[in-house]
Write a protein that binds this ligand. Structure first.
Ligand SMILES: [Zn+2]
Length: 377
């Protein structure tokens, strides 16, 4: 820590040397200091999206989310317990960029040209272009894994697995809203997050912890370009069988630093009744957007229920055979029959959770596609 005077209000405060920007706790001024020269520079393009939810509201959202996956919505409230809830405001560099991609590749012909036996006749050379406009977000934290779920937050609408950490702000935040909302309303929410930003001021944190800015804009732009390059490469690959050339051009419109509110939560699933004795209580994670109150990411309780049901049937059948053998061959088979009957009953009980797993799979799909909708305030 290092004591510095704010270049705006001149009040001295303690600052972390390693941070790229310092935030005055008195007047919320953002500034950078060059330690070699001691020169301070105020940074004006710093904004914050106000946190709009409190712990109580987040808990309600989580309960709604549980109900969505529970075969019995009434039970959901008592079987899921939120064990931890933290509101954080994370700095992100938001890069406004127009991206233009041109690609060329081969597409396999549906039916080969019988008159031309050369390998050439099997493929068609195709090319295409596409344009996208993004407000691409790159975390300004050195360690993105400080919060669960922030490392792979981009879930493209296309069948593409994102293996980069950046994300388009508008379509990512407010994804996973609970409740039936029309596409028009959804777009309004998407636009709203960017429009809702205010010049940075600690008072907009509204109960979330403000994290400091550690990464500079040069690195953020470099990373955003690489993320979009990778994304567009995969988009082009979807359109042909063998991609042979691709060029992606970037037209940067601007860059801003924006603090975005998220809530991280932990929960445990404790089924009631008989199942209580067979469930391992494992904490699972949730990530909720503090602006639109949507569930951005959620770890689901996975239960191997289908297997259990099969097990129940197999062991039940075995029991029957053993009972027959006990009558026909030797009474000692009855002991084995009792054992398999026990296993069968247990499996059947556990498979009652079958519905849960199905819900899990559907939910995962919904989250990935951004179509999970429950109810939003
Ligand atoms: Zn100040």
């Amino acid at each position: 820590m290092h004591e510095l005077n704010c270049p705006n209000c001149n009040t001295p405060s303690q600052f972390e040397l390693k941070d790229h920007f310092h935030l005055c706790p008195y007047c919320s001024t953002t500034f950078h200091i060059d330690y070699a020269t001691g020169r301070k520079e105020i940074f004006h393009d710093h904004f914050i999206v106000p946190n709009q939810v409190d712990a109580k509201r987040i808990k309600e959202i989580i309960v709604e989310w549980f109900k969505r996956f529970h075969h019995s919505p009434v039970q959901a409230e008592s079987e899921f317990k939120v064990t931890q809830l933290t509101g954080i405001s994370i700095p992100h560099w938001i890069i406004s960029v127009d991206v233009h991609t041109t690609w060329k590749g081969y597409v396999t012909r549906q039916s080969a040209n019988k008159l031309d036996p050369s390998p050439n006749s099997r493929y068609l050379l195709e090319s295409g272009t596409f344009k996208r406009v993004y407000r691409w977000a790159v975390s300004a934290r050195r360690n993105i894994n400080e919060q669960w779920g922030m490392l792979r937050i981009h879930h493209p609408r296309e069948e593409i697995h994102a293996d980069w950490d950046g994300f388009p702000l508008d379509s990512t935040f407010s994804r996973g809203l609970l409740g039936a909302i029309s596409p028009a309303e959804e777009n309004k929410i998407h636009d709203r997050i960017y429009d809702a930003k205010e010049p940075f001021d600690f008072r907009f944190a509204n109960g979330t912890k403000i994290l400091s800015t550690q990464i500079d804009e040069t690195e953020a732009i470099r990373r955003a370009q690489r993320h979009i390059d990778q994304y567009h490469l995969k988009l082009a690959q979807v359109q042909c069988d063998t991609l042979i050339d691709i060029q992606t051009d970037f037209d940067m419109a601007g860059i801003q630093l924006v603090h975005l509110p998220v809530w991280t939560g932990k929960y445990v699933y404790k089924p009631q009744g008989f199942l209580t004795h067979f469930t391992k209580y494992e904490e699972k994670n949730l990530l909720i957007d503090g602006f639109g109150a949507g569930v951005l990411q959620g770890e689901l309780v996975l239960i191997k229920s289908e297997k259990m049901m099969i097990n129940a049937w197999v062991t039940a059948a075995a029991s029957l055979i053993l009972i027959v053998l006990a009558f026909v061959i030797h009474p000692s088979f009855i002991l084995a029959a009792l054992f398999t009957t026990g296993v069968s009953i247990l499996s059947a009980y556990l498979s009652k959770k079958a519905a849960m797993e199905k819900f899990d799979a559907e939910a995962k799909n919904d989250i990935a596609k951004g179509t999970l909708k429950l109810h939003a305030a």
